[in-house]
Design a protein around this ligand. Structure first.
Ligand SMILES: C[S@@+](CC[C@H](N)C(=O)[O-])C[C@H]1O[C@@H](n2cnc3c(N)ncnc32)[C@H](O)[C@@H]1O
Length: 212
């Protein structure tokens, strides 16, 4: 097996879902819940949807919710979970490579929740493309790790995590078309492998495409 093969994003993430994250938490992201309850349900798209917990939650709130992920295993688990819950119509999943293209269509809400990767990912291009897929009045929510958890080996390495300002740059906001609704570091409780708790820091950016 060559190094290139090991580092292919499709191979890396398929292996991740086959061996590391083999089951869903079943919980939607708290920041998404806080923000989405204030929005009128429409058509949503989750970029890097993993096992689909966020997409399924949005469908339960009345959204026509779509999600895509590079891992076929994750997509199939998400589809199976949605079907089990009777949400196969409202919560739809497909395999995609976002570094190549986004699923077709215009959306009222696009989410990129921890769309971060240790292997190649054209993240800034993906976020820029996502803004162009927003319908008038539509929102893009980007949530990203702002720092490694204290129990991660990355906590002592020089791995660079984005700042809120860098996230706004990647999104291209504010601009004539995009209003910044929220841009801040938020915290959430986390628990490490040894059971110790810590407050984890995330960048949260919410932008809205102008209605005009
Ligand atoms: C850090 S995980 C976050 C997953 C989920 N959104 C969450 O909040 O837990 C990143 C996700 O992005 C997906 N991903 C990575 N590169 C991708 C790509 N090029 N196209 C589509 N999905 C990708 C991975 O398979 C993984 O599910």
């Amino acid at each position: 097996m060559t190094t290139d093969h090991i580092q292919s994003p499709a191979v890396f993430w398929e292996e991740f879902y086959l061996t590391k994250r083999t089951s869903s938490s079943g919980r939607a992201t708290a920041a998404l819940q806080r923000i989405a309850v204030a929005l009128t349900p429409g058509l949503s798209l989750d970029l890097g949807a993993s096992h689909g917990d966020d997409v399924i939650w949005l469908a339960q709130q009345g959204w026509h919710a779509r999600g895509c992920d590079i891992s076929q295993v994750a997509v199939e688990q998400a589809q199976a979970r949605a079907a089990e819950l009777g949400l196969a119509q409202g919560a739809q999943f497909e395999r995609c490579d976002l570094s190549v293209s986004l699923p077709e269509g215009g959306f009222d809400l696009i989410t990129a929740l921890y769309l971060q990767s240790p292997v190649a990912l054209a993240r800034a291009a993906i976020l820029g493309q996502a803004t162009r897929r927003l319908r008038p009045g539509g929102h893009l929510l980007v949530l990203s790790h702002a720092a490694p958890p204290p129990w991660s080996p990355q906590a002592t390495s020089s791995t660079i995590f984005p700042t809120v300002a860098e996230e706004l740059d990647a999104i291209g906001a504010p601009s004539a078309e995009l209003e910044v609704i929220e841009a801040q570091v938020v915290t959430r409780p986390g628990r490490g492998p040894d059971g110790a708790g810590a407050l984890l820091e995330d960048n949260l950016v919410l932008v809205q495409r102008n209605r005009a």
